[in-house]
Each structure stands twice: as C-alpha cells, then as structure tokens.
Design a protein around this ligand. Structure first.
Ligand SMILES: Nc1ncnc2c1ncn2[C@@H]1O[C@H](COP(=O)(O)OP(=O)(O)O)[C@@H](O)[C@H]1O
Ligand SMILES: [Mg+2]
Length: 322
C-alpha cells in the first residue's frame, strides 16, 4: 500500500535525479530529471532509443541506484525504501522474462508467493487477472509458447498480482503487431479508468502516448525537454515555430491577396499554393489577417490552421535541444 497520498498529490516525484555510467562516470544516462506524476494519471515518457527511459524507470523501482538527486514513489524514498516501493508498484519490464516451462497460472502463483498473498485470494486473483488481459483460455498453457503480444499482456497480469497503486510499463507495445499493440493500449486505458491505477509508461511513439496519456514528458539524451498535455506541447512548438494557415479568398486574385497580406502584423511569410495561399504567422494573427482580407474587398472561403502532426512536434523538441 502507498502512504496516504490524496488526489492531486504527487505519487511519483524526482528531484535532480541523475544516473551516470562508465568507469569515470562519463556517460550521463539521466541528467537532473525533475518529474512529478499525480495519483491516477497516465503519464507517458516518450523519447528515442537511448534517451534514458529504462534507466529512469529502474531507478524509480529500486533496481538501479541513482548517482545523484532523489526520488519518491507512492510516498517512499527510491533509495532507502525500496522494499516498500516493491509492494506498492507493479512493473512490466522490457523485455520481460518468465519461467517458460511453467503455465500462465503457475507463473502467476510464483509471483504471488513473493507477496505473501493467501492461497484463496491468490487463486481467484490469478483467474481474474488472466481474464482481464484476455488470456483466460491460455491459463494452463506454458508461457514459452506465447506470442509477443500474449507475453506483454501476461506481463501486465503479473505486474498487477499485488494490486499495486502504481504501474511502471517499459515500452508496453514494443515488438507487438499493430492489433496486439492496440489491445494493449485499450487495456492500459481500461485499467486506469476502472482501477484508478497510476500508470507511468515509456514509448518511442508520440502517437501512442497521445492516445493513452493524460500528460507526456519528452526525454532525449537524458534530459527532460518538455512536460505537459499534448495540447500544451503543441502550443510550445507553435509559439516557437509559428502557425501555418491555408487561406482561400473569393473575389480577389491570389497575387493580390499575397501582396496585401505581406505587411500585416504577425505575418511571417505568404506564398501561393495552387488556388490558395499558405501563411506562416505568429500566435494570434488570425484576426488581423481576416480584417486585412476584408479591407481588400475579398471574401474568405477557407481559413484553416494546419495542425502540426505530433511526430513533428516530438522531433522539433528533440532537434532544438541538440
Ligand atoms: N548498465 C549500463 N551500463 C552502461 N551504460 C548504460 C547502461 N544502461 C544504459 N546505459 C546507457 O544509458 C543510456 C540510456 O539508456 P536507456 O535508459 O536504456 O535508454 P532508453 O530506455 O530510453 O532507450 C544509453 O546511452 C545506454 O547505452
Ligand atoms: Mg528502454
């Protein structure tokens, strides 16, 4: 059980959490990470390979000792109270290893025994959990014969055996086919909704974290580049990069529109694209543009912001940090 942590309190928190590797500590895998995750949130840790996601998770669950800084999970210190953290959390590691000669049920029994769960509760929970992850029919099959998708779902059942308040899922969909990955994402959403578990998951896909996470932290080269909701991250990039619009005007030649908009406040560039114009502006230039078109005697038939796709937002943030 976690210490008394009320809603709105941080269930995961790090202060300048740092991990260095190498003989002379020359490789900084995680660099002064300051993170906070609220109870009940699904938090996505997104970044390219080698960014420091796994290293961070390992420190949070007490598998790796930090080189510097500190952290708390479920109210417990990640260095001094590792055993309490084990009790309060569930972990899906990447890659996950099981006793492949044992069946799903036997494997879960083994993990349940690590937590001193009484037999009756244990046997019922095993059945319930395997049903939850869609593996009821495989309950007495050896995990060695499971597909990658089945293994991941089984791992989720295993991570839930002690009814944890916090789940750490390291790349829960990596290596699974698209259908299996979708099943896994749906399952994570369901868990969060029905059981109120706090989920901390890592991924290298921005689209994936957008689909399932309340908030996202972008990490690259060990550094946290941005944190917030998807919309907030998008705004951050819009602010920096500007906003792109497609504008279509009736009653005026394209060339006239372009000339007329060049001097308008907030407009950075205007160019023709087929029968419309493409505009790059600062934030909040929309009104000025509409008024300028009107004063030229034109009628706007389309004025749409080009939605920046998330993968580009992600790459921009990483690029800018280099
Ligand atoms: N045990 C280790 N010894 C040395 N370097 C490591 C070790 N574990 C991870 N690293 C390095 O730390 C960096 C972050 O790795 P990792 O946390 O696994 O990234 P991610 O999970 O985001 O792909 C990488 O440069 C990796 O090579
Ligand atoms: Mg990793």
């Amino acid at each position: 059980m976690d210490k008394e942590i009320s809603q709105n309190e941080n269930i995961i928190e790090t202060v300048d959490l740092t991990k260095r590797f190498g003989k002379k500590n020359e490789l900084v895998a995680v660099d002064s990470l300051n993170l906070s995750v609220k109870k009940g949130e699904v938090f996505g840790f997104v970044g390219p390979n080698g960014a420091g996601k796994t290293t961070t998770m390992k420190m949070l669950i007490g598998l790796l000792e930090p080189t510097g800084g500190s952290g708390k999970v479920a109210g417990f210190d990640i260095v001094r109270e590792v055993i309490k953290i084990r009790e309060a959390t569930g972990v899906l590691p990447e890659p996950a290893g099981y006793y492949d000669n044992l069946t799903a049920r036997q494997n879960l029994r083994f993990y349940a025994k690590l937590y001193d769960i009484d037999e009756k509760t244990r046997e019922k929970r095993i059945v319930d959990l395997l049903e939850l992850v869609g593996l009821s029919r495989a309950i007495d099959q050896r995990t060695g014969g499971f597909s990658t998708g089945m293994r991941k779902r089984f791992g989720l059942a295993q991570a839930l055996i002690n009814e944890p308040g916090v789940l750490f899922l390291d790349e829960p969909t990596s290596g699974i086919d698209p259908l299996g990955a979708q099943m896994m994402r749906d399952l994570i959403k369901k868990l969060s909704k029905e059981k109120g578990v706090t989920v901390f998951l890592s991924s290298h896909s921005m689209a994936e974290v957008e689909e399932i996470c309340d908030r996202i932290g972008v990490i690259a080269r060990g550094k946290l580049l941005a944190v917030g909701t998807v919309d907030k991250l998008r705004d951050k990039v819009r602010e920096k990069e500007g906003v792109r619009y497609a504008l279509e005007v009736q009653d005026l030649p394209v060339q006239r529109v372009i000339e007329g908009l060049k001097g308008v406040k907030g407009v950075r560039s205007v160019e023709p694209v087929n029968s419309h114009v493409s505009l790059l502006t600062g934030l909040g230039a929309r009104m000025e543009i509409a008024m300028a078109v009107k004063s030229m005697g034109g009628t706007i038939s389309r004025f749409e912001e080009e939605r920046m796709d998330l993968q580009r937002v992600f790459l921009k943030l990483i690029e800018e940090s280099a």
